[in-house]
Design a binder for this molecule. Structure first.
Ligand SMILES: Nc1ncnc2c1ncn2[C@@H]1O[C@H](COP(=O)(O)OP(=O)(O)O)[C@@H](O)[C@H]1O
Ligand SMILES: Cc1ncc(COP(=O)(O)OP(=O)(O)O)c(N)n1
Length: 278
């Protein structure tokens, strides 16, 4: 039976990030995607021009409609925009018995535009993160959530531990914003103290719009299928590596990652050295 997943996220009219990236990724990985739209963004590869948030009630109603009808195996959140939307989402998760939850703590678009109001950070930390199966911050997002600067490998670990203290079960510290990250290494910290890395080859490209959304959507799809966490993260890494290395040079800014590359170019899929235990 096909597994149903839901993304609670913003719409990217340019199709490279947000719910559009999530749905394409879900489709590629064989799960049925549903949505609760938190905001419409007027956006293309050159940046975000306008953000039009939904009311918290409409976000909650969309979640109700889906969760009442389907047995949703895993939910992911992306752009949530405001504290009121975050509270509405948290309340629905409690009402519907807290399914598996992947939180991509989206804050700022590549072009620098804010996708999360500053007033929403406390709600994200106190109301939503404690419900997470896994959270997937990039380095700037981890700096905000952990309230510290991240420069060294030790800083990455200290920040991850601070996030685990909020009640998150696992943290993927994504490495897309780290300097000299030739192995595109992401480090995973688990609540039981275990840690491991997933790595690939760094790709020199400007076409990276939607990398974070795509990675977390792939992880959501794999968790929904019942794949254990470590293997699910490995597959998400293979999916994003294929999508970046076959990125689409369309538009005039940062082109989108290629969601059908994982299926099409299976040499990447065959790579087995993605997970490194430590
Ligand atoms: N140029 C790149 N080459 C290879 N992997 C990359 C590249 N940029 C980002 N990644 C990978 O893409 C995923 C998303 O990371 P990141 O770009 O940090 O997220 P975000 O889009 O949230 O800023 C991570 O697995 C990261 O290691
Ligand atoms: C609607 C919407 N949601 C999220 C993002 C940010 O996506 P991300 O995957 O982090 O990609 P980049 O912003 O780095 O391209 C977005 N832009 N729009």
């Amino acid at each position: 039976m096909v597994q149903v997943v839901m993304t609670v996220a913003g719409s990217d009219s340019g199709g490279g990030a947000g719910i559009q990236a999530d749905l394409k990724t879900f489709q590629e990985l064989g799960v049925f995607g549903t949505t609760a739209v938190t905001a419409i963004t007027v956006q293309n590869t050159k940046g975000v021009r306008e953000v039009c948030p939904m009311t918290p009630a409409v976000v909650a109603d969309q979640m109700d409609a889906i969760l009442e009808d389907f047995d949703v195996a895993c939910i992911k959140t992306g752009m949530l925009f405001s504290a009121d939307i975050i509270r509405a989402v948290a309340q629905k998760l409690h009402e519907f018995n807290r399914p598996l939850l992947v939180i991509d703590p989206v804050m700022i678009a590549k072009g620098g535009q804010s996708l999360l109001l500053e007033e929403a950070i406390t709600a994200l930390k106190t109301e939503l993160l404690p419900l997470a199966t896994i959270v997937t911050p990039n380095i700037p997002e981890a700096e905000v959530l952990a309230e510290m600067k991240i420069e060294t490998q030790e800083d990455v670990e200290v920040a991850a531990k601070k996030l685990l203290q909020l009640g998150v079960k696992a943290v993927v510290m994504k490495g897309g914003h780290r300097k000299n990250n030739e192995n595109a290494e992401d480090i995973v910290y688990m609540e039981n103290g275990e840690q491991f890395t997933v790595s690939a080859k760094w790709v020199e490209t400007k076409d990276t719009h939607g990398t974070g959304c795509t990675f977390s959507a792939a992880l959501t799809a794999e968790l929904a299928k019942g794949v254990p966490l470590q293997k699910a993260i490995g597959t998400a890494k293979q999916f994003i590596q294929a999508a970046i290395s076959h990125g689409l040079s369309i538009g005039h800014g940062h082109g989108p990652t290629n969601h059908f590359a994982y299926r099409t170019f299976n040499e990447v899929k065959m790579k087995e050295d993605v997970i490194n235990e430590s």
